[in-house]
Design a protein around this ligand. Sequence first.
Ligand SMILES: Nc1nc2c(ncn2[C@@H]2O[C@H](COP(=O)(O)OP(=O)(O)OP(=O)(O)O)[C@@H](O)[C@H]2O)c(=O)[nH]1
Length: 407
Amino acid sequence: MQEDATELDRALEGKGRLDRVTIPAGRRSAFAAMTLAPRRRALSMSVLIGTSFYVAFAPGDAFAVPDQRHLALIFRLAIMLPIGMAVFYWLRHARCSLIRQQLVACGFHLLAVSLLALLITRSDSINALGFVFANYAVLMAMVISMALPLRLVLGLATIVVLIQGMAIAYGPLRLPVLELHNVMIAIVIMGPAMFANRTLENERRRHFLLVEREQLRQRQLAEQRDMLGRLAALDPLTDLANRRGFHAGLASDLDRLAPGAMVAMAMIDIDHFKAYNDHYGHAAGDEALRRVAQALADAARPAGRAGRMGGEEFAVFVTGLSGNELALYAERLRASVQRLMLVHHHSTTASVMTISVGVALGAAGTSETKVLLGAADAALYRAKAAGRNRVVIEGLDRPDTGVSRTG
Ligand SMILES: Nc1nc2c(ncn2[C@@H]2O[C@H](COP(=O)(O)OP(=O)(O)OP(=O)(O)O)[C@@H](O)[C@H]2O)c(=O)[nH]1
């Protein structure tokens, strides 16, 4: 993802051939998809506006080509108006490729240019040459508004220059200077038109890249937030949920349970851990904590979730066990640590590391977490007071609980 961001940054900073903003190869299809609808809209609008102008200028024919005004009227109203409307309708509804739509729209405008050029060849009026300017104005509007690719723009300009050139060559005023004017007008008009076309295209591309980069940043932020959330809920030493993560998991477990479902909390404390730390060193203490955590997490699964509450204190939350099953489950937790056989010669309870377990029972929906934890703590205190390395189960709402002695 970082690579993608760098690639987008580079694309936004740099310019490609002819100063064009370059879209990275992997994103070209996304760019095409994003700009497809606006490009199609631009095509159909161009045809609609072109048709409207073509019809609106009909009265001007009496001045420009008075000897051909009837033919001009037929061109404008009987040919270009219906064709323009049909092309507009087709562009709005056809679902063919963009390039095909661009060619059809260009074809429509070229037809308009050709009909005006035809009037130049047939009219004796010097005013007919005004159509040369009109045609280049049409071409300029097309190039700017239709968002055409550069190759198409150059092709169109060449065709229009040729059509006009032929109209002048075959018209009543065959002056070489007019041909020169024809080319000069094309150059003067096409220069700014192509510049505007490229500027608009660059803006389209830059906008796309900015949107992509923003979306990427949002995704990166969301991922980082997720990761921080996960890290904030984990104990770095043991990889178990820390107090915060344990409580969050507990809350979601309780939400999912049916009201009245049996729940239990086990508070667990390593026996004589201070002595272990003092005699074997802090690093050995850390390693022992890791191994105890792993053993408890394994023994707690699948019915329960384990967490480190701080120091050498752990907790396991378990659901769906009855009194007897719970006694066996708690005993499994206790035995899992003893089975590690972590030598502890400075414990007055056993020659290996042991834990004391206090368990409190409750029911989902009625027992508050705080009360459950308090009751489990009280049971743990009793287990410690009774000599350690044992399980004490404290009943909260149920009568079927008791004390299970082990070790
Ligand atoms: N190595 C290590 N030691 C820790 C860590 N957190 C707490 N401790 C130590 O755990 C010990 C806890 O000692 P106490 O609370 O006196 O309990 P205890 O010695 O286990 O005695 P009982 O619980 O009564 O059996 C202290 O020495 C703490 O320094 C830790 O992350 N790493």
